[in-house]
Design a protein around this ligand. Sequence first.
Ligand code: ADP
Length: 432
Amino acid sequence: MNQDWRGVVIRRLLLLIAGCLLVGLISGEYAWSLVVGLGAYLGWTLAQLLRLHNWLKHHQTDQPPPDGYGLWGEVFDSIYHLQRRDQRVRGRLQAVIDRVQESTAALRDAVVMLDSDGNLEWWNRAAETLLGLKTPQDSGQPVTNLVRHPRFKDYFELPAHPEPLELISPVNDRMHLQFHITQYGNGEHLMLVRDITRMHQLEQMRKDFIANVSHELRTPLTVISGYLETLLDNVDDVNPRWLRALQQMQQQGGRMQNLLNDLLLLAKLEATDYPSDNQPVSVDLLLLSIKGDAQALSNDRHRITLEADNSVRLKGSEAELRSAFSNLVFNAVKYTPDNGEIRVRWWADEHGAHLSVQDSGIGIDAKHLPRLTERFYRVDSSRASNTGGTGLGLAIVKHVLLRHRARLDISSVMGKGSTFTCHFAPAQVVRR
Ligand code: ADP
């Protein structure tokens, strides 16, 4: 095409020069006829260029370029085709954007797009109902100004968000929302918000049900245990043959009481996010008293050692920490055969404070470790009933640690022993 036009232009130019020379031959003024001929050609070319310039500068969208002749006509046509192709591509893109926007607008979940600084860029209709965002006033506002909750701010500033966050809606106290943030592109954020009020209500019903049942069962059980104790004290007056049966009833009654106590404690832990008490606790003294109880439980069948840094204290609830730590130490006693060794350590470093309970006991197979802190999860049910465990001990530990911004690490080798380590965040640690 290019090659064609170059030939045509050269041919026409040569034709023009030949015409001029012919006029020069007739008139005898070669120079003048060349000047006039080429000048006219230059003027015409400039006029076409000016038309193009005017069109580029002032044309309305979709207005086609002007008609032209020769090479200029070809240039105008090419521009026109480019323009049409661009319009078609734009139309297709707009259709895709419209479809995406329509489908996200129809979603019941809120979808919010944020730039890399956390400023609002786009949101769907559900975001207006769930979060109270206003179009267009809130565009460009930082999201932390609109969802004003310290936990949301902390969550938003995390480098990654593998877990969702649950909060009360900023527009309705009775609405519970679940926030999920994903990063994409150049640090932009996509925030998905779901209404989980119904799920929350069901969860609350479950918690209330367990708490109420445990509470209601406690009184009859106390009465039954009381009578059993009296009967056992006077078994000879009743019938000595009943002794074994009464002893077993009392033992099972004790187990039921432990179970109810653990269930009530779990219900209490679940009722709030943070412990009401946040005083520095002397963990060394706490561990010393737990060690005494563990020695009584072990009956000198194990060697129990304690190394605790008395300068490191921990902010939190002493009662909750006592039940978590004693569960770990008592488990070590329960699941370590006679003459085994149990080592309890409490120390702090730049990562925070740590408590480890190491035993030389039976150990736990690696496949059980991820589920160990679930309620009533047992590695071996026959073994658990021998030890009198409730199956709730580690669930209590997990909840207490969550409330104290800590996490539990479990490592174990079958037949060699296990180590349970609690890691507390530096913010929870108080140095004496
Ligand atoms: P339980 O009341 O049955 O001890 P836990 O929640 O405290 O319930 O523990 C769950 C299970 O984890 C136990 O049944 C036991 O099999 C296992 N386990 C816990 N601690 C240890 C340990 N120190 N050594 C071996 N197994 C353990």
